[in-house]
Design a protein around this ligand. Structure first.
Ligand code: BG6
Length: 505
């Protein structure tokens, strides 16, 4: 596609800064705060999306003070300019934008389970507050209870009190229900913003536009025309320093009911009547509730053995730090699921995610049915190949369509072509680590991109049969740097289908 075909891309409408608020970050000294929240706030400041009345209070159990925290974060921000592996690697740190954030940072030493921490905060806070729980999941419930007990979640005089909760939200259906009940005893559903950072990705948000703003796609997005949909989130990195977290978690809990189901919702939900938050969240909840509980026979779990990553030898998962030598935790999941709605009758959805795979690819591949009748079938040696639309989420951002054309020449033979577009060719990229929109939306009260209690519980319910069956089940092995275990290939071969090779688009 040629960008000139569409004419110049109109400049975006001006966006107002978020109303004044205090952002209280629990886990101020943690990785998430340094790697993602500060860069996102910096980008928001650079875009003039924060008001003068914005302040940040960091809470953590280590010794520090305002000056020390400001110094630490300034150093980390500067270090990103040298670190090309980080999600955020600007050429330089703009002094005005960083100065705006730095001068608003205040640190409080505090234990998350000590009521004194919350009493102190209550004395310091006024007006709009967003509490961001950038902490280990075991603190979610206790912190929200402490906030409630200290009266910090009471909304009065038009001021809001909101809580952002990171994933993982529960580790199975029972724990997710218990956590929902625990937090909802302290506040209203509208006050809780359960985050899934995949929804901060522009390419994910764009799926609804691709589906519902294009007359050539909207009518065919259904079982009558679609053969199957495959969702992939493949990574080349291993478990890194996260063995202690990953061992009891595994790829299923880490990626499937949250990130992959968010992609599934975007691609599978019914059309919302409006773009209102509750309308979109209702349609997404309908979709998750329509996922049939996944039979264990329709899923494969794998674990990476030693292999290579970009030509470099890498160790097996079992040899990673903080991982048991006989661990049966999965680092790969491949599964088939069905969605019980009229739109998707008979259409299988294949989902796979894994670490240490051939390539880093997050994408959705929509394979269309071949035409029921075609004059080309008669004079071709091979069958007509199905059209495949690939929505590329990460790291490539765009779309490709593989389709059939007539091969030039005197004979009428079909040839296969791929048309692609990249967002970067059409739109000026705004710097983003993926948390900007999420933070801004929380401050402005737009819950569209956050997960509601019912959706989260329905997602856990869908994977519950796997959690049960995999407690004592063995794990299949795949070499680091491959496309996953052979059993995952067999899962699709059973249906006469195959995963698309990674990295081929
Ligand atoms: C996180 C998982 O939520 O998402 C990680 O805990 C995973 O294990 C990451 O690597 C993937 O996110 P992204 O945006 O890098 O594709």
């Amino acid at each position: 596609m040629d960008k000139n075909d569409t004419g110049p891309t109109p400049a975006p409408a001006t966006v107002d800064p978020a109303p004044p608020c205090t952002l209280v970050i629990f886990g101020a000294s943690g990785d998430l705060t340094k790697r993602l929240l500060m860069p996102a706030l910096y980008n928001l400041a650079a875009g003039k999306l924060l008001s003068d009345g914005f302040t940040i209070i960091g809470v953590d159990h280590n010794d520090n003070d305002d000056a020390g925290w400001r110094r630490d974060l300034t150093e980390t921000m500067q270090s990103f300019t040298q670190d090309h592996t980080s999600e955020f690697h600007p050429d330089h740190i703009d002094e005005t934008a960083w100065g705006f954030i730095r001068d608003r940072l205040g640190f409080r030493k505090g234990d998350f389970s000590d009521s004194a921490t919350f009493r102190d905060l209550a004395g310091a806070l006024d007006g709009n507050v967003v509490f961001y729980l950038a902490v280990s999941a075991r603190f979610f419930g206790p912190i929200v209870e402490q906030l409630g007990t200290a009266g910090l979640l009471k909304q009065a005089d038009g001021a809001y009190r909101r809580v952002v909760i990171e994933k993982p939200f529960g580790s199975d259906l029972a724990s997710a229900k218990a956590l929902n009940a625990r937090i909802l005893a302290q506040g209203d559903e509208t006050q809780f913003f359960r985050i899934d950072h995949f929804l901060g990705k522009e390419t994910v948000q764009s799926i609804l536009a691709i589906r519902f703003a294009n007359g050539m796609l909207e009518p065919v997005w259904r079982a009558e025309y679609i053969d199957n949909i495959a969702i992939t989130a493949a990574e080349t990195i291993g478990v890194e320093a996260r063995g202690a977290f990953y061992e009891p978690t595994g790829a299923l809990r880490d990626m499937v009911p949250n990130h992959l189901f968010q992609l599934l919702c975007m691609v599978g939900m019914e059309m919302p009547e409006t773009l209102e938050a509750e309308e979109i969240r209702d349609r997404k909840a309908d979709l998750v509730k329509a996922i049939r509980p996944i039979p264990p026979g329709d899923a494969v779990r794998g674990q990476y053995a030693a292999g290579t990553e970009q030509g470099r030898a890498v160790i097996a998962y079992r040899d990673e730090p903080n991982v048991a030598r006989d661990s049966r935790t999965e680092t790969y999941v491949g599964l088939k699921l069905t969605i019980d709605t009229p739109r998707w009758q008979g259409v299988p959805f294949y989902l796979r995610t894994g670490k240490r795979m051939t390539d880093r690819v997050t994408e959705i591949a929509v394979t269309f049915k071949v035409p029921a009748r075609s004059p080309f079938q008669a004079n071709q040696e091979s069958e007509i190949a199905p059209d495949i639309l690939r929505l590329r989420i990460d790291p490539e951002q765009g779309m490709s369509v593989a389709m059939n054309v007539k091969r030039p020449g005197p004979q009428t033979h079909l040839g296969r072509v791929t048309a692609t577009f990249d967002y970067g060719d059409f739109f000026r990229e705004t710097p983003s680590v993926g948390y900007e929109t999420l933070l801004y939306d929380c401050m402005t009260g737009d819950a569209t991109l956050f997960q509601r209690a019912d959706s989260i519980e329905a997602a856990w319910a869908a994977v519950e049969p796997l959690l049960q069956a995999w407690r004592d089940a063995p794990v299949e092995f795949y070499s680091a740097g491959s496309d996953g275990p052979a059993e995952a290939e067999a899962l699709l071969a059973r249906d006469g289908r195959a995963w698309l090779p990674l990295g081929e688009g």
